[in-house]
Write a protein that binds this ligand. Structure first.
Ligand code: ZN
Length: 249
């Protein structure tokens, strides 16, 4: 990984340095929590929320053990023989798009003879989650942000040892990304009904859009001389994704 040099602008709220890296679009001041759109230097005017983390470096240990001792496919001595080598708490940035989405489609149903043309719509409501930057190995498609627990962003709740990542996409880009991802999902759902899609148009009726930081633990552990990654959600302690050592010899 290339270590890029951080740049900084002055926080227009507290005057402190707000660091950001190339590619970051929206940055949050670690001294006062004020959020700025880097390119314009203007205040970020949309809702910024936070999901609280409930673990520290010691108590996260129990969640790691629970994951290692649960499930069928893991080596029996996994919890006993493992050494945890890294426990990094990272607040990842997300855009949550709450919207009614409508896809109108035309397609051909070929399972009967003669094939017939079908038209229709899929209408659904979503709280669609867009990960606001690259995060290696993070399962963003499967991740359900525990939205019930969100509070207004509060920099005082961010632990000193944690890392807060900035957004690499702006609000409009996130909305467009959500639209594309939902359309892809709808194309998948349409496979039941239509064999070939000729035309599909997806429109979003946006109700709310929230910029949100959620606490994610990136764990590295060593088992029999090899390193593995485990990702745990900081709000619940549930494992989101974990590498399981092979039980074969
Ligand atoms: Zn500030």
């Amino acid at each position: 990984m290339v270590d890029v040099v951080a740049q900084s602008i002055r926080c227009s709220h507290c005057g402190g340095p707000v660091e950001f890296k190339p590619g970051e679009i929206v940055a949050t001041c670690k001294y006062c929590g004020f959020t700025t759109v880097i390119e314009t230097g203007q205040a970020f005017t949309f809702e910024h929320s936070l999901i609280l983390n409930r673990f520290d470096q010691t108590s996260i240990e129990q969640s790691i053990r629970d994951w290692m001792e649960g499930g069928f496919l893991k080596p029996g001595d996994l919890a006993r023989k493992t050494k945890v080598v890294e426990r990094n708490l990272v607040y990842l940035p997300f855009w949550v798009v709450s919207a009614e989405v409508r896809s109108t489609y035309k397609g051909i149903f070929e399972r009967i003879a003669p094939p017939m043309m079908k038209e229709g719509t899929i209408s659904k409501e979503y709280n669609w989650i867009v990960l606001a930057r690259e995060a290696s190995g993070f399962p963003s498609r499967e991740y359900q942000v525990p939205l019930e627990g969100k509070i207004p962003y509060d920099f005082r709740k961010i632990e000193g040892f944690a890392k807060l990542l900035n957004s690499e996409i702006d609000r409009d880009a996130a909305l467009e990304l959500a639209r594309q991802q939902i359309e892809t999902q709808h194309r998948f759902l349409l496979q039941q009904d239509v064999d070939r899609i000729i035309e599909i148009r997806t429109e979003i009726n946006l109700k709310q859009m929230v910029y949100l930081h959620a606490p994610i633990w990136f764990i590295k552990y060593e088992y029999k001389g090899k390193l593995y990654q485990l990702i745990i959600e900081g709000a619940t302690g549930n494992a989101l994704k974990g590498d399981i050592p092979s039980t074969r010899f």
